[in-house]
Design a protein around this ligand. Structure first.
Ligand code: NAP
Length: 284
């Protein structure tokens, strides 16, 4: 006898705009794999609206969970009744659970990023991996905090606007701020290089970066995924470094959210990655 799964309520990604999001594709794949009839929807909320009131309307309409994307992660944090330590540390929420009229917030961005790296190098000793991070926006915040939790001993951080990097100094221990124009030299001896800027994204200038100074076998990660094969990853591949593309973070932060709502960590299958690549009009 096959048991039907416990029925779930509705799920959504909240943003403004939100129609471009790949989250419905990912979560609906997992819902279907579990035999769930529940759907995951794109749910726009106007930044002019009362955000908490909009969330309470969602709870009343049968939603049990939601992801949150730009520009609402900080507003979501402010609207919660309770938040996880990761969300508290960042002042931002990307995962909401609606529980008996209460709004519970979490943030899976940083751990999702790290899980994406660990898929590629499961035995990496983060405590022996100096890292250079380019950028100091919302994604960088989550990534820096996660690297700090993992014990990265030297987090070198550069951003075009240096003051924004300096504002992140307390997110983790051992953060060293450098100047944007010194990034090539700061890569010297690093075992991990991460681009969190929007450089290299379609419609943006490429990221100019010399990767040769990195440790042999260093990991190079670009969280930009439109396009997937960014100029940085192409240069890293040519240099023989280990590359992690932007789908690593996208898929793993989603898997951690799905686990929060359902109690089950879903599989990131080659089939799912293939569906995303097709949707992005990309090839592996
Ligand atoms: P954000 O908060 O707007 O931050 C943008 C960052 O890019 C800032 O550090 C900004 O520097 C820098 N930047 C922009 N234009 C630049 C330029 N011409 N030269 C140098 N630096 C420049 O954005 P975000 O939310 O962190 O997202 C950043 C990128 O990551 C986007 O491409 C986004 O699509 C991608 N992303 C991917 C995932 C994933 O799951 N793979 C998740 C989140 C975000 P300033 O501070 O000087 O402006």
């Amino acid at each position: 006898m096959t048991l039907s799964p416990q029925p779930l309520g509705r799920l959504a990604i909240i943003g403004w705009p939100v129609s471009h999001s790949r989250s419905p594709l990912i979560h609906n794949y997992w819902l279907a794999a579990q035999g769930q009839s529940a759907r995951y929807e794109a749910y726009p909320i106007d930044p002019q609206d009362d955000f908490r009131a909009a969330l309470l309307d969602m709870a009343a309409a049968g939603f049990i969970g939601a992801n949150v994307t730009v520009p609402h992660k900080e507003a979501a944090f402010a609207a919660m009744d309770e938040v996880s330590a990761a969300a508290q540390n960042l002042g931002a929420v990307n995962t909401i659970s609606f529980q008996n009229g209460r709004l519970i917030g979490d943030n899976t961005d940083g751990d999702g990023f790290l899980a994406g790296l660990q898929t590629v190098t499961p035995n990496q000793d983060w405590q022996k991996t100096p890292a250079l991070i380019l950028g100091a926006g919302g994604a960088a915040r989550a990534i820096i905090a996660a690297l700090g939790r993992a014990g990265v001993p030297d987090i070198r951080l550069v951003n075009r606007t240096r003051a924004k990097a300096e504002a992140l100094s307390d997110l983790a221990a051992h953060i060293n701020i450098g100047d944007w124009q010194d990034r090539d030299g700061l890569a010297e001896g690093c075992g991990l290089l991460i681009n969190t800027t929007s450089l290299g994204m379609a419609g943006q200038p490429p990221l100019n970066m010399v990767v040769q100074g990195l440790q042999k076998n260093a990991l190079v990660s670009d969280i930009v995924y439109t396009p997937l094969h960014t100029p940085l990853l192409r240069a890293a591949q040519a240099g023989g470094f280990i590359c992690v593309d932007g789908l690593g973070m996208l898929l793993n932060q989603a898997a951690l959210s799905f686990e929060i709502w359902t109690g089950t960590r879903p599989d990131i299958t080659p089939e799912l990655r293939g569906l995303l690549l097709a949707d992005l009009d990309e090839k592996d």
